[in-house]
Design a protein around this ligand. Structure first.
Ligand SMILES: [Zn+2]
Length: 277
C-alpha cells in the first residue's frame, strides 16, 4: 500500500472510530447459535454446508405463495450504532476478513480455516465478487458467512442516499448470485457509518456489523504484530477485523496460521453469526 493511501485509510478509520466512540463503546449483542461451535463445522472436504439453489427450485414455489420468497429481505429495526461483539456463553470469538475476495490471499485463508474446521465471516466488495465468483462459491460450500461491504468501498458519508443504495443493493445482488442467498450482514467501509447506511441496511434485511479488535493488518505492521494484537485482544465475544484484499495481505495470511491454533488451544470457539435459519 502506498503511504498516502495508508494515511488516508488511517484518517478515515480514525473518523470511523470517532463516530463509534460517539455512539458509545458498549457492545451490542447478536444471537449466536449454540450449534455454531467449531466442533460442529463440516470439514472443507466434506459435503457442502450450504447449497446454492437449483435453477429449478423456484418452480416449486407456489405462484401465489403464503409468504415472501426465501430470498426476500426481511425488514429490520433501524439501529443507531453497529454491532461490535457477539453474545453467547463460553469463549466464543469471530474472525472477519474484509475487502475481498482476492485470488492471491483468500484461497490461503480458506485453506487455513478449513485445516482447523473453523468458519469465519467475509465482508465482500461487489467489484471483487464479479472477478472471483468461484471464491464466493467456495465460501458457501465451506460454510462461511458473507456480508455486504459495498461495491467500490467508498466512504459512505460522502455519498448521497441513492448512491449508497446502489452500492449496497448491487453488492447484495452479486452475493445472491454467487453465494446462493442474500447477505444478512453489512459493514461500512472504514467503519464510517451514517444514518442512511443504517436505514438502507435495515430495509435490505442486513444488520450492521463492526468489530471489537482491529488486527491492524491493513498497516502491514509485520506478522508478529498482527498475531500479538489478536492474541492479546482475545476475549469472549470478540469480533476480529482482518483483511484478505486491498493491498499486500501476505502478513494477514501468515498471521492466521499462527493465531488460529493459539486461539483454539486456549479454548476459543471460532463461530459465525446465525440470525435466522
Ligand atoms: Zn474494507
Amino acid at each position: 500500500m502506498q503511504k498516502d493511501q495508508l494515511f488516508t485509510r488511517r484518517r478515515l478509520l480514525l473518523a470511523g472510530a470517532a463516530a463509534l466512540g460517539a455512539a458509545g463503546t458498549a457492545g451490542l449483542v447478536v444471537a449466536s447459535d449454540g450449534e455454531e461451535a467449531a466442533g460442529t463445522v463440516a470439514p472443507a472436504a466434506g459435503p457442502p454446508v450450504r447449497q446454492a439453489p437449483k435453477s429449478s427450485a423456484f418452480r416449486l414455489q407456489p405462484l401465489t405463495g403464503y409468504g415472501p420468497p426465501p430470498t426476500a429481505p426481511r425488514k429490520l429495526k433501524v439501529r443507531k450504532e453497529p454491532i461490535l461483539r457477539i453474545s453467547g456463553t463460553g469463549r466464543r470469538m469471530m474472525l472477519t476478513f474484509d475487502d475481498g475476495p482476492n485470488p492471491a490471499y483468500t484461497p490461503h485463508i480458506l485453506d487455513t480455516l478449513g485445516k482447523y474446521g473453523v468458519r469465519a465471516m467475509f465482508f465482500l466488495c461487489g467489484e471483487c465478487i464479479v472477478e472471483n465468483r468461484e471464491l464466493v462459491a467456495r465460501m458457501a460450500a465451506e460454510g462461511h458467512v458473507v456480508g455486504n461491504h459495498t461495491w467500490t468501498h467508498p466512504l459512505l458519508t460522502t455519498l448521497n442516499r441513492r448512491e449508497i443504495r446502489d452500492e449496497m443493493e448491487s453488492t447484495s445482488d452479486a452475493i445472491e448470485d454467487t453465494y446462493g442467498e442474500r447477505p444478512q450482514w453489512f459493514r461500512a467501509p472504514y467503519g464510517a457509518w451514517n444514518r442512511a447506511a443504517f436505514q438502507l441496511g435495515a430495509q435490505m434485511g442486513m444488520e450492521p456489523m463492526a468489530w471489537t479488535v482491529d488486527s491492524t493488518d491493513w498497516t502491514t505492521p509485520g506478522t508478529r504484530t498482527i498475531v500479538d494484537t489478536i492474541e492479546s485482544g482475545a476475549a469472549p465475544g470478540v469480533v476480529v477485523l482482518s483483511h484478505d484484499a486491498g493491498g499486500d495481505r501476505s502478513q494477514s495470511v501468515q498471521a492466521l496460521r499462527e493465531y488460529l491454533p493459539y486461539l483454539l488451544d486456549n479454548g476459543y470457539h471460532l463461530t459465525v453469526p446465525r440470525r435466522r435459519t
